[in-house]
Design a protein around this ligand. Structure first.
Ligand code: PLP
Length: 284
C-alpha cells in the first residue's frame, strides 16, 4: 500500500481524508502538477513548481507550502514508496469552507495532497510503435494556460478516443489544433520544420514542450510556434506529442489516416532520446 501526503502528514492511502467541503471537490477550485521520476529523481522539478506558482497567481490562490517544502515532500514520497520510475501527482486546492461561489477569505488554509504512481516511462511500448489519435472539437474554457483540475472535457475526449480504439485525442478550435487532452501537439512539415501552437490562453505551457523545443534548437532543427490546421497534418511527415510522463510520443495516425509513412519518424525519435538524456542531468 502506498504512503500518500495530506496536509502535512504522510499516511497510508486508505487512511487519507479530505473534507467533502473542499473547493477542489465542489468547484474544481484546485491546481495540480505531475512530475516524472527517473532513477528515483525528479525531472524538471523547478519547472513544475514555477508553473504551479503561476497557476496559483492567476487564480489568486495562496500556496500553503513553499518550493523547498514541496521538494522535500516530493523526495520523501519517492523514498517512502521506493519509486524508481513513475510520477508524483501534487494537488493544491483553495481549502474547505461552507459552499459559496465567491472565493473564501485568503487566510483559508488550502488543501495539499500528493501521491506517487510507479510506471515504466522510458521503456514505453507506445514510444516504439507510436499512437493513433482522433481529433475532437476543443470545448474547454478560455484559460487553458492555468493547470486546474477541471478536466471533465479532456476526460470526455479521451473516452471518445478510447471507444474508437485510438490512443488519444487532439483538440481543435476554429479548424486549428490547440493541444492534446493531456499533452502538447506537434507536426513536422516536409521541409523538416517542427510546428507547435504558440503560447496563449488556449494551451498549457508544457514543461516538456519548453525543454523539447530547447533540444530541437540545440540540434539546429527549425521550429515554428504557430497554430496548424488539420490539412497541414495530412501533408506532414511526422507528428508527435510531449508531456511530463510520456516525454516525446510519436503520433502515427490521425482520424484513421497515416501521418507520413505511418511509422515513428526520426525527429520524434531523436528528440525523445535527447530529452531524456538532457533532463536526467538536471534531475533532483
Ligand atoms: N497540455 C495539457 C492540456 C496537459 O494536461 C498537459 C499535461 O498534463 C500538457 C499539455 C503537457 O504539459 P507537461 O509537459 O508540463 O506535462
Amino acid at each position: 500500500m502506498r504512503t500518500v501526503f495530506v496536509n502535512g502528514e504522510y499516511v497510508p492511502e486508505d487512511e487519507a481524508k479530505v473534507s467533502i467541503f473542499d473547493r477542489g471537490f465542489l468547484f474544481a477550485d484546485a491546481i495540480y502538477e505531475v512530475t516524472s521520476v527517473l532513477s528515483g529523481r525528479l525531472i524538471d522539478f523547478d519547472g513544475h513548481m514555477g508553473r504551479l506558482e503561476r497557476s496559483a497567481g492567476e487564480l489568486d490562490m495562496a500556496l500553503p507550502m513553499d518550493a523547498a517544502g514541496l521538494l522535500d515532500m516530493h523526495r520523501e514520497l519517492v523514498a517512502r514508496n521506493a519509486v524508481d520510475e513513475g510520477l508524483v501527482y501534487l494537488q493544491v486546492s483553495r481549502g474547505a469552507v461552507d459552499r459559496d461561489f465567491p472565493f473564501p477569505p485568503p487566510d483559508t488554509p488550502g488543501t495539499v495532497i500528493a501521491f506517487t504512481q510507479t510506471k515504466k516511462l522510458i521503456d514505453n511500448p507506445k514510444a516504439r510503435t507510436g499512437i493513433e489519435i482522433i481529433t475532437v472539437e476543443d470545448l474547454r474554457w478560455g484559460r487553458c494556460d492555468i493547470k486546474t483540475v477541471q478536466l471533465l472535457y479532456p476526460s470526455m475526449a479521451s473516452t471518445r478516443a478510447r471507444k474508437q480504439g485510438a490512443g488519444g485525442a487532439w483538440l481543435v478550435r476554429d479548424g486549428m489544433v490547440t493541444e492534446g487532452t493531456a499533452n502538447n501537439a506537434y507536426i513536422v512539415t516536409r521541409d523538416g520544420t517542427i510546428v507547435t501552437r504558440d503560447l496563449s490562453h488556449d494551451i498549457l505551457s508544457g514543461i516538456t514542450r519548453k525543454a523539447v523545443l530547447a533540444c530541437a534548437k540545440k540540434l539546429q532543427m527549425k521550429v515554428e510556434e504557430r497554430p496548424f490546421s488539420l490539412e497541414e497534418i495530412d501533408n506532414a511527415v511526422e507528428a508527435f506529442t510531449t508531456s511530463a510522463t510520456t516525454f516525446v510520443q510519436p503520433v502515427v495516425g490521425v482520424n484513421g489516416k497515416p501521418v507520413g509513412d505511418g511509422k515513428p519518424g526520426p525527429v520524434a525519435t531523436k528528440l525523445r532520446e535527447i530529452y531524456i538524456e538532457e533532463n536526467l542531468k538536471t534531475a533532483r
